[in-house]
Design a protein around this ligand. Structure first.
Ligand SMILES: [Zn+2]
Length: 159
């Protein structure tokens, strides 16, 4: 990975802060990372830049126990293939949870995090990682509803 000066770094930072991809109006397919030419339609493709929601699900994942020197402070960590709502799949680290909490189909959302810090402490690189979507309240609410329904059914049968 080449580092060619701070101004370029900050320009790309602005781009990276938005999860940008490409949408082809011809075949109605989204792509990530962005492409100039639709790989399906080639010259017939009509591509435009789109910003993805950043929401998706874990399609597959792997737990890394020994990282490279750059990443060792994160080990063990999880690298997941995230399927975005819009369709494309993104390879990314999954953060804010224990490796054993990650499962296929888990809902995740993009967050903006430090990617790595070089040994000399000079360059810190930022980019997207994915974290679990906290929808525990949804589960809680569902359980409450289920209990209420079960309670109502019981009242009917006894009354
Ligand atoms: Zn296309």
């Amino acid at each position: 990975m080449g580092v060619s000066g701070v101004p370029r770094h900050w320009r790309s930072l602005r781009e990276r802060y938005r999860l940008l991809g490409t949408y082809c109006e011809n075949c109605e397919t989204s792509f990530f990372p962005p492409r100039k030419i639709c790989p399906k339609c080639r010259r017939r493709g009509r591509t435009k830049e789109v910003e993805f929601s950043g929401r998706g699900r874990v399609f597959s994942y792997t737990v890394i126990h020994v990282g490279s020197k750059t990443f060792e402070e994160y080990a063990p960590y999880v690298i997941g293939l995230i399927e975005l709502e819009e369709g494309p799949r993104v390879l990314s680290q999954i953060v804010d949870c224990k490796p054993e909490d990650v499962h296929i189909g888990m809902k995740v959302e993009a967050c903006f995090r430090k990617l790595f810090e070089q040994d000399d402490g000079g360059i810190i690189s930022y980019g997207f990682k994915f974290r679990p979507v906290d929808d525990s309240w949804v589960e809680y609410y569902r359980r409450l509803l289920a209990e209420k329904e079960a309670g109502a059914a019981q009242t009917q049968s006894t009354g």
